[in-house]
Design a protein around this ligand. Structure first.
Ligand code: ADP
Length: 339
């Protein structure tokens, strides 16, 4: 478990101070895949460097499994560091060393016995699917394979936490997918808590169960991925969600819709309501004409999330009854003024 309590971080450089973090409160529970998303300069790297002891907060506390890092001796810090693995955007491999030796680095530093190192490295290479590359050099590997080496190295000392710093940003979409699936497997099979920082909402959508959105050193929104994707509150979060869930109506449809009478509503169906025959009931029970201008369906954390923009045409009382019915079915309704 990682707790960041009222964290402030100010950098001082050449007489200029820069408030990189301004009052951050985050709790990452054991077993979470916690995503931190934000645009460049939001403070994400600073945040992850605090968890990894590479930086100290100016104010506030970082707690790992309930223990404050500030209270630790050097020896305790070293022991806790072993519990935290990290992977990087540009892999940070030693080019002059073979894959086997790159993965072995943390174990060599811990002065483990040769045979123990061999067994552990072989096990890790098998886990990440690189058994046949043990004797290759990083320059002989693809980006995805390099990241797999980075992951194997991060897992070498059996961490309970894995930090991922833009780990898929340098990879193509297909390779990104395979690395994200590997991270999911690590979380599920080894019960390792994962904290990911990224600027890509697709990464959050694919594997995270919780998300925090950062802007200018603050967390502007956080919660379960389903809640944040389903009802993003802050305009920046809404922009991020739009990159993966498109709810804009095609221009040709917009033109037609403007010419039609009736009120327009954005309907959002989450979970159960996404699989019920609600639209059927709406048309049959309430005397209204319904025109679907736009619809899409996404899966988030195994739950269906549906978006629809509809135009209702009918008596005001019938529309009002229909809206009451929709609300009773847990459909989130928003009137759309302009399409
Ligand atoms: P992100 O990872 O979201 O791009 P960063 O944490 O790297 O954001 O940066 C947050 C802010 O802190 C930026 O304004 C950046 O310029 C500043 N910053 C980051 N690291 C340092 C540093 N070592 N010295 C001075 N300023 C820094």
């Amino acid at each position: 478990m990682i707790e960041l309590k009222d964290i402030y971080k100010t950098y001082h450089r050449k007489g200029i101070s820069n408030d990189a973090l301004k009052g951050i409160n985050v709790t990452v529970e054991k077993g979470d895949i916690f995503g931190v998303i934000g645009y460049s300069g939001a403070g994400k790297s600073t945040l992850i460097r605090l968890v990894n002891f590479l930086e100290k907060p100016t104010k506030g506390e970082v707690l790992i499994n309930g223990e404050s890092l500030a209270s630790y001796s050097e020896k305790q810090l070293r022991a806790t560091k072993k519990q935290i693995g990290m992977i990087f955007q540009h892999f940070n491999l030693l080019e002059s060393k073979k894959v086997f030796d790159n993965v072995a680095i943390p174990l060599v530093l811990q002065r483990k016995k040769k045979q123990e190192i061999k067994e552990r490295v072989e096990e890790l290479l098998q886990f990440v699917g690189l058994s046949d590359k043990a004797n290759s050099y990083p320059s002989e590997l693809s980006g995805g394979q390099k990241q797999r080496v980075g992951i194997a190295r991060a897992l070498a000392s059996n961490p309970s936490i894995l930090l991922c710093d833009e780990a898929t940003s340098a990879l193509d979409p297909q390779t990104t997918q395979s690395i994200l699936q590997l991270l999911k497997k690590i979380n599920a099979e080894y019960n390792i808590t994962i904290m990911i920082i990224t600027h890509e909402m697709a990464v959050i959508q694919e594997i995270c169960n919780k998300v925090a959105v950062m802007e200018q050193g603050k967390i502007i929104e956080q919660g379960s991925v389903l809640d944040v994707f389903g009802k993003p509150q802050h305009p920046t979060t809404q922009n991020f969600v739009k990159t993966v869930i498109n709810t804009s109506i095609p221009t040709a449809v917009q033109k037609k819709a403007k010419a039609l009478p009736g009120s327009r509503y954005k309907l959002e169906f989450v979970g159960e309501s996404a699989s019920e025959p609600i639209i059927y009931e709406l048309i049959h029970q309430y005397n209204i004409k319904l025109n679907i201008l736009f619809a899409n369906m996404t899966e988030i954390q195994g739950t269906a999330l549906g978006n629809m923009i509809v135009q209702f045409n009918g008596e005001a009382s019938a529309i009002s009854d229909a809206l009451t019915y929709l609300k009773a079915q847990d459909v989130i309704i928003e009137e759309v003024e302009e399409v």
